[in-house]
Design a protein around this ligand. Structure first.
Ligand code: PMP
Length: 443
């Protein structure tokens, strides 16, 4: 019996070592990390340059409270991140994780509204389904009933608009009219709520755990920006999962030349080496807040020197090894290989993604887009089968407008064709076993 507990009762194997894309448990079993943990370990495990940078920083200092000191590491990482953002995003606020980054983004937007005489604005519209974190503020904009329902009395739930599910609605994702159709739901919602009450819209550029690598249809992002501008609503881009190269560019926003007002990042920035997150803000938002007395928000571990030194080394690795470009190339190959699996395995109903944020979704009837019966727990069963075979893939089911039986395949951005071969072989064998196991229940 362990003293630890997370979600359920089952005890997991004990991790011993991890290198590159591989992990070993204390029984010596090897696993291929086909999901980078939870889309975190973008540069692979145990990168020697990051470990060396952490050692160097540890010899100097491991903590300096943000209200007492700047550190070389935090200043350098802030400058580096600002250089990687659209040019108006110049001001960086460090945190230790994705939920903290989302909370920071929403509070920054609110304080800016207060500082500029727009105190009536407080609603942050988000999408259904979506995932923005598990703290109560981030949860209030998370479209994921199983996680939000128990806590509803304890928070102020925010308005939602549907995420653009063109593939399920039978709409062509390459037609601008489709993008406009979904984006216009935002405008309608803003008008219903009263534009003077709406503070911000938060979205993930490519959906993560909630929608399984859902890529927005053509025209959606551009229209979203226009609508936000028209109504004085700030655009908060949640790049917690998509940031740091995951989709083939440093930020997901680059695919659409999108100019968000606030970007939040985390997972791939610390890349599993350290807990680290960042909010990067348009300077025009920050100055009025500082003039009005400062940002009333902050976490004890903000700008931790060890975390920032590791983050800086991670960004170096991403740039020096050309990992954004590799994610774009390998992502294209992976999507093609997943389409190959779809041809062979009837149970796969859709394949999608961008860069190395890719997913496939199970359906019992591909043409009719019929989901598998919920009680099959297909997503969990498939993940378990693959895990037993030493292949780690990721899934979380939302069921909020989607079947949610999607499997994320998101290896570290250092993946090679050989790694993809191994992943596809593992998926192929797991799909055979999975189809055989559920066949009696589907009959
Ligand atoms: N936003 C997005 C898009 C995420 O994927 C996640 C984590 N899955 C979060 C926010 C929350 O991050 P964390 O778990 O680090 O708090």
């Amino acid at each position: 019996m362990s003293n630890l507990f997370y979600q359920g009762r089952g005890r997991k194997p004990v991790l011993d070592q991890a290198r590159g894309l591989y992990m070993w448990d204390t029984d010596g079993k090897r696993y291929l990390d086909g999901s980078s943990g939870a889309m975190v370990c973008n540069i692979g495990h145990s990168d020697p340059d990051v470990l060396a940078a952490m050692r160097r920083q540890m010899e100097k200092s491991t903590f300096g409270y943000r209200l007492h000191f700047e550190t070389e590491a935090s200043e350098k990482l802030a400058a580096r991140l600002a250089g990687l953002m659209p040019e108006h995003l110049t001001r960086v606020f460090f945190v230790s994780g994705g939920s903290e980054a989302v909370e920071s983004g929403m509070k920054m937007a609110r304080q800016h509204a207060l500082a500029t005489g727009q105190g009536s604005r407080w609603k942050v519209i988000s999408r259904q389904p979506s995932y923005h974190g598990c703290t109560l503020g981030a949860l209030a904009v998370t479209g994921y009933a199983a996680l939000t329902d128990p806590f509803e009395p304890m928070m102020r739930m925010m308005p939602r608009v549907p995420a653009p599910r063109a593939y399920l609605d039978g709409l062509d994702p390459d037609d601008e009219a489709t993008g406009h159709h979904y984006a216009d739901m935002l405008e309608q919602r803003i008008l219903e709520e009263g534009p003077e009450t709406v503070l911000a819209f938060i979205l993930e550029p490519v959906g993560g755990a909630s929608t399984g690598a859902l890529v927005p249809p053509k025209g959606y992002m551009e229209r979203i920006r226009e609508i936000c501008d028209r109504h004085g609503v700030l655009l908060i881009l949640d790049e917690v999962m998509t940031g740091a190269g995951r989709t083939g560019t440093f930020l997901g926003a680059e695919h659409w030349d999108l100019r968000p007002d606030i970007v939040v990042m985390s997972k791939g920035l610390g890349a599993g080496y350290v807990p680290l997150g960042a909010m990067i803000v348009d300077e025009r938002l920050v100055e009025p807040v500082l003039d009005a007395g400062g940002f009333a928000h902050g976490f004890t571990y903000a700008g931790n020197p060890l975390a920032c030194a590791a983050g800086l080394a991670v960004v170096d690795v991403i740039e020096n090894k050309g990992l954004c470009a590799n994610a774009a190339t390998m992502g294209g190959t992976l999507i093609a290989r997943l389409h190959g699996l779809m041809q062979k395995h009837e149970i796969i109903g859709d394949v999608r993604g961008k860069g190395l944020l890719t997913a496939f979704e199970f359906m019992s009837d591909r043409d009719a887009k019929t989901p598998l019966p919920r009680e099959l727990n297909a997503y969990q069963r498939f993940v378990d089968i693959a895990y037993q075979r030493g292949l780690i893939v990721y899934s979380r089911r939302t069921h909020d407008g989607y079947s949610g039986d999607h499997i994320l395949v998101c290896p570290p951005l250092i993946a090679t064709e050989d790694h993809l071969d191994e992943i596809i072989d593992g998926l192929d064998a797991s799909l055979d076993q999975f189809a055989a196991e559920i066949a009696p229940q589907l009959a």
